[in-house]
Design a protein around this ligand. Sequence first.
Ligand code: 3PG
Length: 204
Amino acid sequence: MKRIGKLRIIPIAAVDNEEDGLHVAEALQKAGLDIIEFTLRCPAAEPCIKRVLKAFPNMLVGAGTLLNVDHLQRAIDAGAKFGVAPGLNEVVMSKAFEMHLPFIPGVMTCSEISRAIAVGCKQLKFFPAEALGGVRLLQAISVPFEHTGVRFIPTGGITVENAAAYLDLPLVSAVAGTWIVPRDVVQLKNWNEITRLAMAALSL
Ligand code: 3PG
């Protein structure tokens, strides 16, 4: 979690095979961004996690879209160093703690933030950030939680244009999204473009 707070950007990759996953990870590393989240909504996520960790042991590789305990177990078996979910599931959160996997649940309301804090989660995915109301909503919703130590990772609709405004908010530890690893760019195997997008993100 500390490393995520230092890097401040989590590129989310939805890729179709492990070769592409490896190229994407390499392209991110070239830019100096040694973190990646593979979403389990793509069947290649687990082989990608394993392969990237083997090739780049120092890369912080996480698993996203962990909707249930089975997904959580699969992420752990693949070697993921952190887990992310779009929503809040107490069973999954407790299991993640039990298995010592740093876990970032998704929230979109004050009630969900309270429930996440109640079980000890302090890094929360604010999702889907832009559709919910963007920086303005996050700023407003953060106020009652300022003293709790909670931190947000806005995700959903984040771009190079709007990321800086989120990163300026005191309770935002990082931003996440697919804009650094666009699916069409991966399909074209344009790895240099991914390095360029990662460098542009880091320059924020
Ligand atoms: C996710 O996988 O967490 C979201 O779909 C990311 O949203 P984005 O594609 O708008 O960045």
